[in-house]
Design a protein around this ligand. Structure first.
Ligand SMILES: Cc1cc2nc3c(=O)[nH]c(=O)nc-3n(C[C@H](O)[C@H](O)[C@H](O)COP(=O)(O)OP(=O)(O)OC[C@H]3O[C@@H](n4cnc5c(N)ncnc54)[C@H](O)[C@@H]3O)c2cc1C
Ligand SMILES: *[C@@H]1O[C@H](CO)[C@@H](O)[C@H](O)[C@H]1NC(C)=O
Ligand SMILES: *[C@@H]1O[C@H](CO)[C@@H](O)[C@H](O)[C@H]1NC(C)=O
Ligand SMILES: *[C@@H]1O[C@H](CO)[C@@H](O)[C@H](O)[C@H]1NC(C)=O
Length: 576
């Protein structure tokens, strides 16, 4: 197994602290081998906090290929750069099949107007999402809360089962409402406590001794989180003494809108994640800007419209990465890299990897989620939802208590109002998540009908002025499980995989956490290589130049008493 790593703190470790730790390992070398004339070609790097490094000018440039410019890939690039040793020379290339950065986090422009972007994929993150929150802050990205600000519509959230409204309330603070406590007794409070405990255990994944983690299954087990992943949400709640309709009315409304899965199917950990909604925000203009900021900060070379189709190991241990790219005259891009990070679900990456992974990530079923965005000057029709007055701005769904079918959608949100650039009329922007495409006739059926009037002009009769439909392979189906795919795919630590974390928790933040984790493991590998190179160099010099008597004491090093060779042995035992 891996030797213990030097102590580290958290995602928020300052660069200075990380460097300090790496340097402390180095300092031992410097003490042992005080500078001698032959060291003079080494470059001395002095940092603001006066830590001194001796960099090998021949330190090989490490070339990293990252496949995928979503949260996982962008975070891998960003944290490789942040964690890297000051002597490290790293060249990162990010390959992205699409024409944009962000992957499943992307916006489309309402009416084709770039000043009116709307999230098409991942739309919210929460205050415990450390990586996203700190990156948004670092890049100066403004966040916005979820409340829709539509004057004439009360800001409400309702849960509809196709016939009845099982819950109707204010969109914020659904924990604290007297109403919910009245209806569900202690279940909401118990759920909140359980959620806090579960999230607390999850947050330990950002810190030593759990971070970095080579084996997600082991780490999940160590943190007690497999208890939650081993059961369905329903079973997990029951085991924790949470009973009654709260699970199906409220928690399931959340698992359905977030994961298109019911609480008797999705595992307990993901069910808890669905209830962790404190401080939910999105980035104004689009969450993808976080990942764009990360890629820019990392100075990675980002190749858009570039689809990797083949990765193979060469005899000297490097990897050839073959991509189809519209930006190359030949259409093919072939490059050699030392490290490959696959930051997309392998089953959708459509690439061959040679040699095959030690434990090939199996194909897992993903949800086909239909997202429909559209604008209309019409409000939702209360009659279509068994209501007499205004329909809630956020409609979630649950399964009915009878044998009837649930509604044909997971959620309908009235997001905001905007002005149609052609008619100049004020319109509503709607978003629907559904398991199947929604038909035009159904869309018309949920909108208030136009008033029958002979004076109505054609624009007034047109209910839907703009529509955008997208089918995503949005997230895996998340049945209970206790093992998760490998982080490291090869034996040597050159090929890494971030998407295995999705069967554990599938969010922008967890992909980012895995990108950060892989970045750290990759840097740790380079650190070991650097130490080995240094020892080889020093041993070689040692042979060339016999030790001068008394030199160590003259330099004031306390390594003198220990002798060099045994100390080097000790060092390699501890640090390598
Ligand atoms: C509709 C929807 C709503 C969601 N809501 C939320 C939410 O509110 N909050 C939240 O946190 N999460 C949400 N998610 C989940 C979230 O989007 C994902 O968990 C996260 O974005 C995954 O990031 P990733 O980097 O791991 O993968 P991806 O974002 O899928 O990135 C992988 C990238 O790799 C590229 N790629 C794949 N194969 C190749 C290849 N061979 N060569 C080159 N490039 C390749 C792809 O084009 C893609 O850009 C939602 C997802 C969807 C679809
Ligand atoms: C870094 O990568 C770029 C593009 O892949 C390449 O042109 C450049 O030569 C590389 N630099 C080094 C030092 O390898
Ligand atoms: C990628 O392809 C799209 C569509 O073909 C094109 O509009 C865009 O300019 C391309 N981007 C790059 C960076 O080549
Ligand atoms: C490894 O081999 C490839 C091709 O065979 C070559 O392009 C590359 O430079 C070699 N890399 C090293 C580090 O020897």
């Amino acid at each position: 197994m891996e030797p213990a790593q030097p102590p580290t703190r958290s995602t928020f470790w300052s660069r200075r602290r990380v460097l300090g730790l790496i340097c402390s390992a180095f300092a031992i070398c410097l003490l042992l081998y005080p500078s001698s004339p032959s060291d003079s070609e080494w470059v001395i790097v002095s940092l603001p906090d006066a830590e001194i490094y001796q960099c090998d000018p021949n330190e090989p440039v490490k070339s990293v290929a990252i496949i995928g410019a979503g949260s996982g890939g962008a975070s891998a690039a960003y944290y490789i750069d942040r964690f890297k040793h000051p002597c490290s020379r790293v060249n990162i290339t990010v390959y992205e099949r699409s024409s944009y950065v962000g992957g499943r986090s992307t916006t489309v422009d309402v009416y084709g107007d770039p000043t009116e972007p709307v999230e098409l994929g991942a739309s919210i993150f929460v205050e415990v999402n450390k990586n996203l929150v700190s990156a948004a802050r670092e890049f100066g990205l403004a966040t916005q809360g979820l409340k829709s600000k539509i004057k004439e519509l009360p800001n409400t959230l309702g849960v509809y089962d196709g016939q009845d409204w099982v819950f109707m309330g204010s969109e914020s603070g659904w924990w604290t409402m007297a109403k919910i406590l009245w209806k569900y007794g202690l279940a909401p409070i118990r759920t909140q406590q359980l959620m806090k405990k579960t999230v607390g255990a999850f947050l330990k994944m950002y810190d030593e001794p759990h971070f970095p983690f080579r084996d997600l299954s082991q780490t999940a087990y160590d943190l007690g989180l497999t208890e939650a992943t081993a059961a369905t949400g329903e079973q997990f709640l029951q085991a924790k003494g949470i009973q009654g309709a709260f699970g199906t009315d409220i928690i399931q409304a959340s698992t359905r809108v977030n994961y298109a899965q019911n609480i008797d199917k999705i595992h307990g950990l993901e069910s808890m994640v669905c209830m962790a909604t404190d401080g939910a925000v999105s980035i104004q203009g689009g969450n993808w800007q976080i990942f764009d900021g990360m890629l820019k900060a990392s100075e990675a070379k980002v190749l858009l419209n570039t689809s990797v189709f083949d990765i193979y190991r060469q005899s000297n241990g490097t990897y050839a990465v073959n991509a189809l790219s519209s930006s190359y005259p030949t259409g093919i891009d072939l490059a050699i890299h030392d490290t490959v990070i696959l930051a997309a679900p392998l089953q959708f990456a459509k690439l061959s990897l040679t040699p095959a992974p030690m434990n090939p990530p199996p194909e897992i079923p993903y949800v086909n989620l239909h997202v429909t965005l559209f604008t209309s000057r019409r409000k939702l029709n209360p009659q279509a939802f068994n209501l007499e007055s205004d329909v809630p701005t956020t409609i979630l769904t649950t399964t009915p208590k009878t044998k009837a079918n649930p509604p044909p959608f997971y959620s309908i949100s009235t997001l905001r109002t905007l002005t149609n650039p052609i008619s100049h009329q004020r319109e509503y922007l709607y978003k629907i998540f559904s398991p199947a495409p929604v038909s035009a006739s159904w869309l018309h059926s949920i909108l208030t009908p136009p008033l029958a009037s002979p004076t109505l002009n054609i624009n007034d009769r047109k209910d839907i002025s703009w529509i955008y439909e997208k089918v995503w392979q949005s997230y895996p189906y998340l049945p209970p499980r206790i093992t998760f795919e490998d982080v490291q795919l090869d034996e040597e630590g050159k090929v890494w995989y971030t998407s295995g974390i999705e069967s554990f928790i599938s969010t922008m933040e967890t992909s980012s956490l895995m990108g950060m984790n892989v970045a750290r493991l990759v840097n740790d590998g380079w650190k070991r290589e650097r130490m080995e190179r240094m020892l080889v160099k020093l041993e070689r010099e040692d042979k060339e130049k016999p030790v001068e008597e008394g030199r160590e004491s003259a330099e004031g090093g306390d390594g003198g008493a220990m002798g060099q060779v045994p100390m080097a042995g000790k060092l390699s035992g501890e640090e390598l």
